[in-house]
Design a protein around this ligand. Sequence first.
Ligand code: IYR
Length: 275
Amino acid sequence: EAEARPWVDEDLQDDTEIRHKDEEDGDWVESGGEEELAHVPYPASRYPVEVMVQRSQDFFSLMNQRRSVRFISPEPVPRQVIDNVIRTAGTAPSGAHTEPWTFVVVSDPEVKHQIRLVVEEEEEVNYRQRMGDKWVSDLQRLRTNWVKQYLDVAPYLVLIFKQTYGIVAGGQKRTHYYNEISVSISCGLLLAALQSAVPTCFKMSTIVPVPKKAKNAGLVTVTTTPLNCGPQLRLLLGRPANEKLLMLLPVGYPAPDATVPDLTRKPLDDIMVHL
Ligand code: IYR
């Protein structure tokens, strides 16, 4: 099976629906039930329709400028921005509100370099062997390969782990329902939050001039899912066994000479069906 679907990380099978083999051993808590949770009124407020339309259009314009950028500047990024985008990621919905995520932020150059060594070693095997000719040729036009400078250069690496189960005080395990989709949604929110640092509809006075060729100021990242690096990176970062690496995001300003493939997006009619 692993042979037929090489893009499925061996350490990351989507097993949220199947009872976990770990579930047999260990002491599990019944979550829910035990404690009362107050339900409070939801504060409903509205914008006028035109304002809603305008804001949704503006948000689309902002998000539509997001591109995966593989050339990142070493310039430092304000730590508060990183804190805020991770706070935002932590607002994602999660199965039974278990919040099954850990965001590991790395700025230490030595740790970043260790991560690079692990990722490049595995990725070389991925490109040369695991992925196969078809996969490699499907990626050719994106000009990706196993050399990942951004892992040293980006001021921050954010490694997103899904907690396959929780551990409550006293060491009992707690089921993390739908942990993979919950953490995937949080990754999406994190990408959207990073895009909030990109100026689009702005007051001129708040904009700092950018180096000549940089088209897209603000912060960039590229969604990377280092195939089969999870266990090594987990150990390197000192994370516990219930955490599995879902995504690695290098975060920084785009390098002044950054390029991106000239992709287009499917039009609405191709992605939406209205019944
Ligand atoms: N993980 C590899 C390969 C890769 C796979 C896909 I699908 C992409 O859209 C891009 C890259 C890498 O990061 O190079």
